[in-house]
Design a protein around this ligand. Structure first.
Ligand code: 5GP
Ligand code: MN
Length: 326
């Protein structure tokens, strides 16, 4: 971490010390880094007797309901307005807060902790490091710097944050520092087998049926370099699955040996298509999604295209093909 980030951590710690009512929130469509980082920080700050509210931004995927502290996550309530400090985690821009944006704007002070390269530095204090592989890494250093003991529950959340944002420690952004953090979490006594079973081997039959249905829509382009798959409202109706159940399908099609770019189109509504893009070696996924006002990281990004699914597919494939030419 560079000097500026360390300095900002110091300022953030001073602000936390002065604040009583602290709200924590992350982005819509929550993932493991989002929820794990939020709960780790919340559990740590409770240890120093702060009043903590972790705001729910969206439906919590069932994979994460085993996490210690999950009950701290509360529904949005517009009466919750006495906010000394609002901390956002893993959130690249203020609009990604969804309905919690209003509360963020009402807070007396704000801190933004994130690792998205596209982060807009929207907090009073910004702790943004695009070199770390997950916000969970920053939270680990932050809690250490506050000299709060990382217990097993906090460690379980940090492990989840880092594991889920790195494809189980596979992505190229994983560093020796990442592994040193994990080593420390193991020493603290996390049950990594139990966490991994909860995260990765806990699929409902309904969800499996959605995977099977969705996989039959697989199409490839550019000699197999691009793989595209769909999840439609009809598939959800037929299987009884929910949109959150599609988590993991796109990483599965990335396993094809020829694939550089894997893309899933999720039909939220007729003309509201949520896209997740994953790349393997050289394409910048965030660059491609930025063209549709989305964002993310080099190897994992997302955006929404407000067209029918067929047209959305044509547009995203064309964009990937153009990026491949450069
Ligand atoms: P996913 O495809 O799993 O939803 O997200 C992959 C990464 O891209 C995550 O880091 C997520 O925060 C980011 N991301 C996904 N969708 C959007 C979007 O619409 N806008 C922005 N700014 N980031 C997104
Ligand atoms: Mn993240």
């Amino acid at each position: 971490m560079n000097r500026e980030i360390l300095l900002n951590m110091g300022k953030a710690i001073d602000l936390i010390k002065e604040s009583s009512n602290i709200f924590i929130a992350s982005h819509i469509n929550p993932d493991g880094d989002n929820i794990g980082s939020s709960l780790a920080l919340a559990l740590a700050l409770k240890k120093i007797n702060k009043n903590i509210v972790v705001l729910k931004s969206d439906i919590i995927p069932i994979d994460f309901t085993f996490l210690p502290g999950i009950n701290l996550i509360k529904e949005y309530d517009d009466k919750l307005d006495d906010i000394d400090l609002f901390i956002t985690l893993d959130c690249g821009d203020i609009n990604r807060l969804g309905q919690n944006k209003i509360l963020f704007e009402n807070a007396k002070k704000t801190i933004n902790i994130d690792h998205h390269i596209s982060n807009t530095n929207f907090g009073d204090i910004n702790i943004v490091d695009s070199k770390v592989t997950a916000t969970g890494e920053l939270i680990y250093y932050f809690i250490k710097q506050m000299e709060i003991e990382i217990d097993k529950d906090i460690a379980t959340n940090i492990y989840t944050a880092i594991s889920t944002d790195t494809g189980s420690f596979k992505y190229e952004s994983v560093s020796s520092d990442t592994h040193r953090i994990i080593a420390d979490l193991l020493d603290i006594g996390i049950d990594k087998s139990d966490i991994n079973i909860n995260l990765y081997e806990n699929m409902s039959f309904t969800r499996m049926k959605l995977f099977i249905k969705s996989l039959t829509t697989l199409e490839t382009f550019n000699n197999g370099k691009i793989a595209v798959i769909e999840v439609t409202q009809e598939m959800l109706k037929e299987t009884g699955a929910s949109l959150e159940d599609s988590e993991g399908i796109v990483s599965f099609i990335k396993k094809l040996s020829t694939v550089e770019a894997a893309c899933i189109l999720k039909e939220l509504e007729k003309e509201d298509i949520k896209i997740s893009l994953r790349t393997k070696k050289y394409l910048d996924a965030s660059y491609i999604c930025n063209k549709f006002d989305g964002g993310g990281h080099k190897r994992a990004a997302g955006c929404t295209i407000y067209k029918g699914i067929k047209e959305a597919k044509e547009l995203i494939v064309k964009s990937i093909q153009e990026a491949m030419k450069v």
